[in-house]
Design a protein around this ligand. Structure first.
Ligand code: BGC
Length: 246
């Protein structure tokens, strides 16, 4: 079964048809720069261009970097404020003419990692964290997602984790991997104290460089880099949209 997965990010909007039984892209992905400002109108027009590129008329799963509840986008940490409170799923259905499911980007990446990546076969509490422009989180209990956890916004002392230890913070502040790793370690220790996860999965841009900061991490839980890397959002979005088929 094929479903079109689309991943809306702060810098790019990318999509590809996904074979949801294998968790693999069935065609090369297509990417368009995220329009700036990333207003609902401009972003949904870009999503429609991706759908047209694949001449798609079937089901679509689409991610967005915000809280998504009952098809509405309820926050906008790194995107235009026009999204707050918007019926975004409805807007995207209208623009694409397709049946579409909208979900949080980290939740989508987590769904893909749990079924086809580092979380395969893992029970207990698994916490997937994506380190990119922001920090996204996906929490699983025995494989079941607790959506919209937004753990990038917890505070470490007076600092919001996302401002202090995202991959963007590393780049903007010119932090060495060891310095950044120490920040990630403080963040993981705090989350471990709060949630006692069995496994942390580290995703987002930094997952490719896991070896460079793994030595700085000192926690009790297992820790693994994500395996699906750039495609996790696309694959997970498509997998989540399977429920539209029933
Ligand atoms: C947003 C989350 C999102 C994360 C990663 C955060 O700023 O609040 O909803 O998952 O960034 O994109």
């Amino acid at each position: 079964m094929e479903i079109l997965g689309i991943d809306i990010g702060g810098s790019g909007i990318k999509g590809a048809p996904v074979d949801v039984t294998q968790g693999e892209l069935s065609e090369a992905r297509f990417r368009i720069d995220t329009p700036q400002p990333a207003t609902p109108e401009a972003v949904s027009d870009t999503v429609a261009k991706i759908v047209q590129h694949f001449e798609w008329g079937g089901l679509i799963g689409c991610t967005f970097p915000a809280i998504i509840k009952h098809g509405r986008t309820l926050s906008a940490a790194n995107v235009d404020d026009g999204w707050i409170g918007l019926e975004a799923e409805k807007l995207l259905r209208q623009k694409t003419g397709c049946s579409l499911l909208l979900l949080n980007d980290a939740d989508a990446a987590g769904i893909a990692e749990m079924e086809f990546g580092a979380g395969r076969g893992r029970d207990g509490i698994v916490m997937v964290l994506t380190f990119g422009t922001g920090i996204g989180s996906a929490l699983f209990l025995n494989g079941e997602l607790v959506p919209n956890t937004e753990l990038g916004h917890v505070f470490l002392g007076s600092r919001e984790a996302e401002q202090w230890t995202s991959d963007r913070a590393r780049k903007e502040k010119g932090l060495k991997w060891k310095q950044w790793g120490e920040r990630v370690n403080a963040y993981l220790q705090h989350l471990e104290f709060l949630f006692s996860p069995d496994l942390f999965i580290i995703g987002g841009g930094a997952s490719k460089k896991f070896d460079k900061f793994a030595r700085s991490i000192n926690i009790n839980a297992d820790i693994q880099p994500a395996q699906l890397l750039n495609d996790a959002g696309i694959v997970g979005a498509a997998m989540a949209a399977r429920r539209l088929a029933n």
